[in-house]
Design a protein around this ligand. Structure first.
Ligand SMILES: C[C@@]1(CC(=O)O)c2cc3[nH]c(cc4nc(cc5[nH]c(cc(n2)[C@H]1CCC(=O)O)[C@@](C)(CC(=O)O)[C@@H]5CCC(=O)O)C(CC(=O)O)=C4CCC(=O)O)c(CCC(=O)O)c3CC(=O)O
Ligand SMILES: NC(=O)C1=CN([C@@H]2O[C@H](COP(=O)(O)OP(=O)(O)OC[C@H]3O[C@@H](n4cnc5c(N)ncnc54)[C@H](O)[C@@H]3O)[C@@H](O)[C@H]2O)C=CC1
Length: 215
């Protein structure tokens, strides 16, 4: 497989229409990922897995119970071709490319304009792992390995830092001073010492630190 540098981005899909064509196991995984991010998922397929049936019945996914038609691409921000028909997947990819719609073709990395990474989510912290189609299983194994080290406390930590950042930005107008504060809050080697049991005392320390006069 050709060595290609991918430009990683994190896309906001909330409230945006995303099209998934096909109703098998792979489509099911992609629909779940889009739903988790609040996308308006339109699913086109004459057949669905039981899990997709359930989602459709709950009203959380718009289902067009038929084969794909070109008009389905109208108003779509992102498309995923997940049918078991290679020629059809190729054709949808071409139509998307003409319309500049980012497209993921589940059986053809060459035709995909984006890949879906393996994801670790802890609150607002999101880690995506991709091998650019070289080895999806390696991406999964790495995720499983990293998950062991990045517990749910990282979600809490990230939320806390987000709030702290707002406070620091309001309170300190000098960017150099803000940078110094951040160096103190998150010093190099922070993760080696970060323990979830000590989260509360660390938070207190940080809060005291930013409320005390600086310099
Ligand atoms: C190009 C890409 C397009 C896309 O975005 O779909 C693609 C393509 C293909 N996958 C295939 C197979 C498998 N895919 C997985 C799993 C995942 N596949 C995902 C992404 C991607 N898969 C994109 C590249 C991402 C990257 O490289 O980083 C993950 C990360 C995300 C997700 O799908 O949500 C998710 C793991 C989620 C997790 O658990 O963390 C497993 C393992 C398993 O089943 O768990 C296997 C079997 C083992 C193996 O083959 O490695 C086949 C061959 C089918 C065949 O041989 O017939 C193709 C087609 C081809 O390569 O031509
Ligand atoms: N990207 C990935 O992670 C992986 C990709 N694959 C590839 O993905 C493909 C799909 O895999 P599965 O979901 O397991 O297949 P599947 O056979 O379970 O599902 C295919 C779905 O496509 C639908 N479909 C067929 N023609 C259609 C049309 N004209 N319009 C709309 N929907 C149509 C079918 O009704 C069915 O629901 C496989 O061919 C395989 O090569 C397989 C494993 C992993």
């Amino acid at each position: 497989m050709e060595q290609l540098n991918l430009y990683p981005v994190a896309i906001k899909v909330q409230g945006r229409r995303c099209l998934v064509v096909g109703g098998g196991n792979v489509a099911e995984r992609k629909v779940a990922g889009l739903q988790e991010c609040g996308a308006e998922v339109v699913l086109v397929s004459p057949e669905l897995t039981p899990e997709l049936e359930r989602l459709v019945a709950s009203g959380r996914v718009i289902h067009l119970n038929r084969e794909f038609e070109e008009g389905d691409l109208e108003g779509v921000h992102l498309a995923i071709c997940a049918t078991d028909n290679k020629a059809l997947n190729r054709e949808i990819a071409r139509l998307c490319e003409n319309r500049r719609i980012p497209v993921n073709v589940v059986d053809n990395p060459e035709l995909s304009t984006f890949f879906v990474p393996s994801v670790i989510r802890r609150g607002p912290l999101c880690i995506g792992i991709t091998t650019g189609g070289n080895s999806p299983l390696l991406a999964r194994r790495l995720r499983e390995e990293l998950e062991e080290h990045i517990g749910p406390e990282f979600g809490e930590l990230t939320l806390f830092l987000g709030k702290l950042r707002q406070i620091i930005q309001e309170r300190f107008s000098d960017p150099e001073k803000r940078r110094k504060i951040w160096e103190k809050v998150l010093p190099p080697g922070f993760f080696a010492h970060f323990q979830k049991e000590k989260m509360n005392s660390w938070r207190k320390q940080v809060e005291e630190c930013i409320s005390s006069p600086w310099e």
